[in-house]
Ligand binder design. Structure first.
Ligand SMILES: [Zn+2]
Length: 476
């Protein structure tokens, strides 16, 4: 680790020198990008990414070929060294691995880990095209988009933030169940704004690293030519043609660093080497074979992924009368849920939802039916004011959310709890819905909550809601 850091510093110093010598030409009209508001530290990004990387590696098959991995790493290092100094973080630990999957994709996690699909290397026409996708993903990392997005808050994902993600809520080692949470940060698409920033900074990094930034734009064409096989990368907003134009516009303002040259033969040799392997499975095939499939802004070309890109339909099966036990939050909580519900992790909250009840709308996770659990770090240690904080934070992302009266007393897992009923208009279906919020406190003072959502006119979810609530056991 230390060794790597040392090497990187040397590279950065070298690049800084180069950058100074070309500054008068390159820095003239390129788009200035700024960080978004972020209440996490760069060290939080590192922790988050490390846990997510563990999760990712338990889910996909890595290509165990040191020649290919080493090659991708060398391209990655060259790009990392070209990240503008204001977006460099000494804490970050960039590394690069190859996933043996055919989809044209790559993704990077907060703090540095990057995974490049074999399909992306095979599809690219040039090293520059491959580097383009990597530069785009690196830009999300350097701009700290994952934690910036978490700062903005996710629908019903709320306050818990890094305390829930990287910390140890229940005094356990903070891995296990919770390790799934960080990856879920990437379940959501980034906003159009973030995507454009990653394209623009990606183009700037390309130029600084000696690649033609137009290769990033070209990669969109390449993916389209290949039948849109990289759906995920293309399905981001803005549309590929907008992105193509935007990147090329930026490229006109950039001067490609002429001190670094690519050896196109090396890229050809790597592609040749990959052709020698048997066909890589697709992410969908990996999922069907029993390995779970993480979905993110960079994936999504699989119709069978576990987090749909489309909005929920709201047409769902009634709760089954048979219940199944789940242990969540690293064993800190157990709960019984109808057996036709599935677990979906979003941010730090865990949802139990029927098919058809969850999806994405305007880049946000939206649920029409379901129950979720989470832990919030609140300013107040008083149950009522802490609960009010939680409800206020829910209102931030949901303009139509209205409180129907105040809190009622109840119990959850044998402790004092508060119960509030809210009404909302579902973003995806436009239908009125009832949101029930039940809160209690953990021994460490954090707020534990259950949130249940169902359309207002569907009363038959009431029994399931009561049964789930009564089944909650907190072992903190
Ligand atoms: Zn992106």
């Amino acid at each position: 680790m230390t060794k790597l850091m040392f090497k990187r510093k040397a590279l950065i110093a070298w690049v800084a020198l180069v950058a100074i010598s070309v500054m008068p030409f390159t820095a003239l009209a390129q788009t200035q990008i700024k960080y978004h508001n972020n209440r996490y530290s760069p060290q939080d990004d590192v922790k988050l990414g490390r846990q997510a990387a563990q999760e990712a590696e338990s889910q996909f098959p890595l290509l165990r070929d040191e020649t290919v991995r080493g090659y991708v790493e060398s391209v990655g290092r060259r790009l990392v060294a070209a990240i503008p100094s204001e977006f460099q973080h000494p804490e970050f630990q960039y590394y690069f691995k190859v996933v043996n999957a055919s989809d044209i994709n790559a993704f990077a996690l907060p703090g540095g880990p990057m995974y490049v699909n074999r399909g992306m290397i095979e599809a690219a026409h040039t090293e520059g095209e491959m580097a383009g996708v990597m530069a785009h993903e690196l830009s999300h990392v350097a701009l700290r988009h994952g934690t910036a997005q978490a700062t903005k808050g996710q629908k019903y994902g709320v306050l818990a933030g890094i305390a829930g993600i990287a910390g140890t809520i229940f005094g356990g080692p903070g891995v296990g169940q919770l390790a799934q949470a960080p990856f879920a940060v990437y379940l959501l698409k980034f906003s159009r704004e973030y995507e454009t920033e990653a394209d623009v900074l990606g183009a700037q990094i390309m130029a600084r690293a000696g690649y033609d930034p137009r290769d990033l734009a070209n990669m969109f064409r390449t993916i389209e030519q290949q039948g849109g096989g990289g759906g995920g990368f293309l399905s981001d907003h803005p549309s590929p043609s907008d992105r193509y134009a935007r990147i090329n516009r930026e490229a006109q303002q950039l001067r490609v660093n002429a001190d670094t040259r690519s050896d196109s033969r090396e890229f050809a040799r790597i592609q040749e080497r990959l052709r020698g392997y048997q066909r890589a499975p697709s992410m969908a095939e990996i999922q069907r074979s029993g390995q779970r499939y993480p979905v993110g802004e960079t994936t999504g070309n699989s119709p069978s992924n576990n987090y749909p890109n489309n909005p929920p339909t709201g047409r769902v099966a009634y709760p089954s009368s048979r219940y199944e036990s789940y242990s969540i939050f690293n064993g800190g909580v157990s709960v019984r849920v109808p057996n036709n519900r599935r677990q979906v992790n979003e941010g730090n909250s865990v949802w139990f939802v029927p098919e058809g009840a969850y999806g994405q709308y305007n880049g946000q996770a939206v649920y029409t039916h379901g129950a979720s659990f989470g832990v919030a770090q609140t300013n107040s240690r008083n149950l009522q004011s802490a609960s009010q904080e939680l409800i206020n934070s829910l209102g931030q992302g949901n303009n139509n959310l209205r409180s129907n009266g105040g809190f009622q007393r109840t119990t959850m897992s044998g402790r004092n709890a508060l119960f509030a009923t809210l009404s909302n208009i579902n973003e995806a279906t436009g239908r009125p819905e009832t949101v029930r919020v039940i809160t209690t406190q953990l021994r460490n003072g954090q707020l534990f909550y259950m949130i249940a959502v169902a359309p207002q006119n569907e009363r038959n979810f009431e029994n399931a809601f009561q049964t789930i609530l009564q089944s909650v056991r907190i072992n903190d």
